[in-house]
Design a protein around this ligand. Structure first.
Ligand code: UDX
Length: 454
């Protein structure tokens, strides 16, 4: 099929490249000239495992191309994805201006082209209930003679595994009112529909709410486990054993039950907050989603406070090596990363921070400009730890588990690790002479022999 993608940011590019790899003819529209040039010269402007290889392949066989010209891009299109930003406004509502202007540009082009087939306009962005209907009515009023339908098709891909997720979706949700558009969507996704019941059609509002509900439920599971770490630490239980014990109940399942120093990213914090907002608009106070957020904020505070409490010296003037800045492993994305709040709290308490990440350091450095003088940016975890009073691990990069811990312990001022992701092995920590504080798991504590400070 002929597919056009408006907006080659994260979701747009992954979707476009994956659809091209399935044999569709994809035209990507990108207005940012720097990004466009990068894509046209065959390079991804975002980091996502597997994406560059697939882009090389699809550019080479001509199934994908990039332009900044909407009219040219939609000339033969049967479906047009709108993958533009829908940022939250200060009052909590969603800024629809990018969606409206992209939709209008597409409809203007369609009305000039006067093609005799229905074009399905697909909204991928996560938007509050009612947005697709509003967009449809807005477009109908602005461009009454274009021949198109609007569907909501929420995206469930995760950063770091986006290509895999896109090519192996658990389900495909399509919301709208046009049976013809539903049929078109079914045809486009045919190679990905393994079982018919995994392709779901519903009305716009249900599709929109499905996305918010799914992300809120996943965030709720994490917050539930994070809250449980308080009980574990008080009673001497181990959250990892509880996770296994709970997760093996098939009604509960094992996913998204890993406790840590708080969830982050571009979706969970935004979508849970939006869920609270749309609940307010519906006239009630959604206590459940409020609790999810409060627990997440508290968890970050608890982590920073634990560092201050267990350091064995005043936090003021201490040096803390922060391992991990990205909001999770395998991405350079630092949006709403737990390490942002942890670093700010440590700095507020008077600590010096030595920060390391495998991909996210540059983004974090740009983001934390206001406290730049309190942070050293270090190229490897071993150097970050040398001379530090503790390590605070905030991102679950697998590389952190294979560090030369004995060597690291010998170079630290005091060998203490606060494991905010429960990804290190406590026996390894003990054997290598560390004092070790995970989240909701028994710590390794002993009398520390602090090195003499100069
Ligand atoms: C999420 C959703 O999973 C995806 O379906 C949606 O389309 C976008 O939002 P993403 O933000 O890429 O994806 O990352 P995800 O892997 O879900 O992790 C989000 C945050 O939760 C990370 O900070 C991660 O560290 C944290 N997390 C995840 C936990 O703390 N515990 C877990 O068990 C799982």
């Amino acid at each position: 099929m002929d597919v056009t993608i408006i907006g080659c940011g994260y979701v747009g590019l992954v979707t476009g490249v994956c659809l091209a790899s399935l044999g569709h003819t994809v035209r990507g529209v990108e207005k940012d000239q720097r990004k466009l040039k990068t894509l046209q010269s065959g390079h991804c402007h975002i980091f996502e495992p597997g994406l560059q290889d697939l882009l090389n392949e699809t550019l080479a066989n001509g199934s994908i191309s990039f332009t900044d010209n909407v009219k040219e891009a939609v000339k033969d299109a049967e479906v047009v994805f709108l993958c533009v930003g829908t940022p939250p406004k200060p009052d909590g509502t969603v800024d629809m201006s990018f969606l409206e202007s992209a939709g209008k540009e597409v409809c203007d082009a369609l009305s000039e082209l006067k093609n005799d087939w229905l074009v399905t306009i697909i909204v991928k962005s996560t938007v509050p209930a009612g947005t697709n209907r509003k967009l449809y009515n807005f477009l109908k009023q602005q461009v009454p003679n274009a021949y198109y339908a609007v569907v909501s098709n929420p995206e469930f891909l995760k950063e770091g595994t986006a290509v895999q997720d896109c090519l192996n979706p658990d389900r495909i949700v399509v919301g709208g009112e046009s049976p013809e558009a539903f049929r078109m969507m079914r045809r486009m996704y045919d190679p990905l529909v393994k079982r018919e019941e995994n392709f779901m059609t519903m009305n716009w509002e249900s599709a929109e709410l499905t996305k918010y509900a799914a992300n809120s439920m996943l965030a709720a599971r994490i917050s539930f486990m994070n809250e449980l770490t308080i009980l574990c630490e008080y009673y001497g239980a181990d959250i990892e054993d509880i996770r296994k014990g709970m997760g093996s109940d098939t009604r509960i399942g094992p996913a998204f039950l890993r406790a840590g120093c708080g969830y982050g990213g571009s979706c969970f914090p935004k979508d849970v907050a939006a869920m609270e907002h749309i609940s307010k608009q519906a006239g009630y106070d959604n206590l459940f989603v409020r609790a999810i957020q409060t627990i997440n904020e508290n968890q970050k505070k608890r982590f920073a406070q634990k560092i201050a409490d267990k350091l064995g010296r005043p936090i003021e003037g201490a040096t803390i090596a922060v391992w991990g800045l990205a909001f999770k492993a395998d991405t350079d994305d630092i949006r709403e990363s737990a390490s942002i709040d942890v670093i700010r709290m440590l700095v507020e308490k008077g600590a010096k921070v030595r920060a390391h990440d495998y991909k996210g350091a540059e983004n974090m450095r740009a983001y934390l400009k206001d406290i730049a003088d309190k942070i050293d940016w270090v190229a490897d975890p071993v150097t970050a730890a040398a001379g530090a009073d503790a390590i605070a691990l905030c991102t679950d990069w697998p590389q952190y588990t294979t560090q030369p811990f004995r060597k690291i312990a010998a170079t630290m001022n005091s060998p203490i690790i606060f494991d905010g992701r429960n990804c290190l092995h406590r026996d390894v920590m003990r054997e290598n002479g560390f004092q070790y504080y995970p989240m909701g798991r028994p710590p390794v504590e002993k009398e520390l022999r602090l090195k003499q400070r100069n």
